[in-house]
Design a protein around this ligand. Structure first.
Ligand code: PNS
Length: 160
């Protein structure tokens, strides 16, 4: 059983993230999308909302599970029996940080391997931060996120 974890903040999940989940679902028997519980990051969306949106956006994929975690990613990976961590790379802007994290995580647990997947080129400029910025200014984010995300982000911004 090839099991992977795809960790992130997913505040919110974007079309770029979804592309990575779809690719990972073809490569692994089971993929757990794991949302980090990190109060220090002050997310726009609650943990419950982020998890629900990922569940809705990935409902068409049979081997995807959605969960949340706190603490070290390597401890979580061990707990759920994942031998691979999936991370999406949009371009050079992600590379340094991601490679450093992969090396550090390997120091923490040699048995877990980080696998980098390249998102589709047309998604390379999309980030959760830019999507939120568009939402804060009342712009149209429909091309950048799954449909279910649009309403959730708009209402989170309105109620902020
Ligand atoms: O979507 P993000 O915010 O880029 O995801 C970052 C994430 C969640 C993968 C990273 O912050 C993480 O793994 N946090 C858990 C704590 C941890 O293990 N830190 C050591 C990383 S080397």
């Amino acid at each position: 059983m090839r099991k992977a974890v795809y960790p992130g903040s997913f505040d919110p999940i974007t079309n770029g993230h979804l592309d990575i989940v779809e690719r990972a679902s073809l490569l692994f028997d089971e993929v757990t999308v794991a949302v980090l519980t990190n109060p220090a990051k002050r997310p726009l969306l609650t943990l419950e909302t982020r998890v629900r949106l990922i569940q809705e956006a990935t409902a068409h994929l049979r081997n995807i599970q959605v969960d949340s975690f706190s603490g070290l990613l390597m401890d979580y990976a061990k707990r759920i029996g994942a031998r691979a961590v999936v991370r999406g790379i949009r371009g050079v802007q992600d590379f340094d940080m991601e490679v450093n994290m992969a090396h550090m995580n390997r120091q923490l647990d040699e048995e877990v391997t980080t696998v980098f997947l390249a998102a589709k080129a047309e998604y390379s400029y999309i980030s959760s931060s830019l999507v939120k910025d568009i939402a804060w200014h009342g712009g149209d984010m429909t091309r950048f996120v799954p449909d279910c995300v649009v309403v959730a982000v708009q209402s989170a911004v309105a109620n902020h």
